[in-house]
Design a binder for this molecule. Structure first.
Ligand SMILES: [Zn+2]
Length: 545
């Protein structure tokens, strides 16, 4: 049972679906994927299954796999099930609807999709057979193909609707439902889903809970909002005062858990379809990728660190990192130049600062800090404290902070200057931001000399344990271009750190000269096991206990 099965069409080893509770292989038997390990796992699967007893003989109409069972068991009001394509999530949620409709007399659910052809392909064409399997019209189970409604013998009803336009959404709002499934949720307008979700109600005293299920590949129109509500959970409570984190849960299903699919062949067919990178990522890997991404940001290239590095460059006979930090502050050689870049978050936005080191021709973004609702004087103090040991050449800033509003004698820039942080106003243009970041990410420089010479990106972002610019690294790939003006960076709630980077990158960036910088010679490289990689500190600490 543990040897990999071979795909019928490709001869490649197929990943074996495994039970998410006991890790035993999931084995197909009469079209049902059962955990081949513990009996308890199978009991848990059965508890979410749908069966029919005819002449004393039990027949399973549907049983979810272990990972699908987890999705069915979820009791949170709002559940986002995301995955790569082919994970069978639409199928599972439809059977969850059937199961609830059969178990609770008078239950009402709706399954919605923005595209009617997709609604047909993913749901409607299966409904006749499924209602027949429950007993069919003779026993009161049937699908009305012009109303697109499933009728159950106990009075339960299931509605299948397209909800793309305002008009269609209005019609859906007239449907009574205790459970609503938004199939391919990222394709909906967020406002539409919010309106519909608000109309999902259960009868008073029924003991039922209104349920909203959002399914989808992590790509599409409202993926930002879905991600904010379900994954990042950083919803602005001023905008949605009723938001409660514990009511919102995300589960990732995997194509590899779908026992019904020839996975290798399916992956190949998708891979060969000539899909754009961001769609391929979402469909094939179930990974979130942004459409209209502004920047070509590659944390790694060919398996090697590219835009994201885990440490400062090493140099000299001791092969130490050029820059280090301890209780006394920063230790930076004289020839390395340090710059800061500051974006003032006018409330409720955060104020942010990014620190850059210029090493030869390379720019290293190595430190970031954000402040929320902190007064200028205290931010200035903090910037000075955080920069201890650095000789900062200049701090670039948002030009608007030098504008005298009349309410105050001093401008914000004046206050910073008085606090020990003199600033140079940069340019305020979303087109210039984009061009500056883009060109820094795209251009490569020669690094090292002679045989050890390699091409590296002009700008790199540091991310090590307890050090670096993790938020900048997180937000840069989220920046998108403006629909109407593709050269401009569109507004984004996380654009402050990228914009701060742009203030610096738009300035005249010097190059610094030093004796030796570059990849260390072979004999300088630390022996295996001594090399520090991302997270190695933590790992060591854990094992040292
Ligand atoms: Zn199991």
């Amino acid at each position: 049972m543990t040897t990999p099965t071979t795909s019928k069409t490709t001869n490649e080893a197929e990943p074996i679906p495994r039970c998410c509770w006991c890790n035993a292989p999931v084995v197909l038997k009469n079209k049902i994927g059962w955990c081949s390990g513990n009996k308890e796992c199978r009991e848990r699967q059965k508890a979410c299954g749908v069966k029919r007893t005819v002449n004393g003989k039990v027949k399973w109409l549907f049983v979810p796999t272990p990972s699908q069972t987890v999705a069915m068991e979820a009791t949170e009001t709002n559940l986002f099930i995301y995955s790569n394509r082919g994970s069978g999530k639409s199928h599972v949620m439809r059977w969850m609807c059937h199961a609830l409709a059969l178990a609770i007399p008078g239950y009402k659910y709706a399954i919605l999709r923005t595209s009617f052809p997709e609604l047909t392909l993913n749901h409607l064409i299966f409904l006749k057979d499924e209602m027949d399997s429950m007993g069919g019209e003779a026993e009161g189970y049937y699908y009305h193909k012009t109303e697109h409604i499933c009728y159950y013998a106990n009075g339960s009803m299931g509605f299948f609707r397209q909800a793309e336009t305002d008009e269609q959404v209005k019609n859906v709002l007239g449907v009574e439902m205790y459970l609503c499934v938004f199939d391919e949720a990222p394709t909906f307008k967020w406002e539409h889903m919010a309106m519909i979700a608000a109309s999902v109600r259960v009868p008073a005293g029924s003991g039922l809970k209104p349920l909203k299920r959002y399914l989808g590949n992590p790509i599409g129109e409202c993926i930002d909002e879905l991600w904010m509500y379900f994954v990042d959970k950083d919803v602005d409570l001023l905008k949605d005062p009723e938001y409660r984190q514990e009511d919102w849960r995300a589960i990732k299903l995997r194509l590899e858990d779908n026992v019904h699919l020839d996975i290798v062949a399916y992956r190949k067919s998708l891979a060969g379809a000539g899909l754009p990178e961001h769609i391929r990522k979402a469909w094939l890997d179930g990974e979130r990728a942004d459409e209209k991404a502004m920047f070509a940001f590659f944390p790694k290239k060919d398996g090697k660190p590219y835009h994201v590095v885990a440490e400062f460059p090493r140099w000299g006979e001791s092969n130490r990192q050029i820059i280090s930090h301890d209780e006394e502050g920063w230790h930076i050689p004289d020839w390395v130049k340090i710059y800061r870049s500051y974006d003032h978050g006018f409330a409720p936005d955060p104020a942010v600062c990014v620190w850059f080191a210029i090493v030869g021709r390379m720019i290293i973004a190595f430190k970031e800090k954000t402040w929320l609702r902190v007064i200028v004087e205290d931010i200035a103090k903090d910037i000075v404290k955080e920069s201890k040991g650095m000789r900062v050449a200049m701090t670039y800033c948002d030009p608007t902070i030098d504008i005298n509003t009349g309410a105050d004698i001093e401008t914000i820039r004046d206050k910073f200057e008085n606090g020990g942080v003199p600033m140079e106003p940069s340019v305020n243009s979303r087109e210039h931001y984009a061009a500056a970041i883009h060109s820094a990410l795209q251009s490569e420089i020669e690094w090292g000399s002679g045989e050890t010479m390699v091409m590296r990106p002009r700008i790199v972002f540091l991310q090590g344990s307890g050090i670096g610019v993790p938020l900048t690294i997180k937000y840069l790939p989220l920046m998108r271009y403006d629909d109407k003006n593709p050269m401009e960076m569109a507004d984004h709630r996380h654009d402050h750190l990228p914009i701060a980077c742009a203030y610096f990158l738009m300035s005249v960036i010097p190059t610094t000269k030093n004796a030796v910088v570059g990849p260390p010679k072979k004999w300088m490289q630390p022996k295996k096991g001594e090399r520090k990689v991302l997270g190695s500190n933590n790992v060591r600490r854990r094992y040292a206990k």
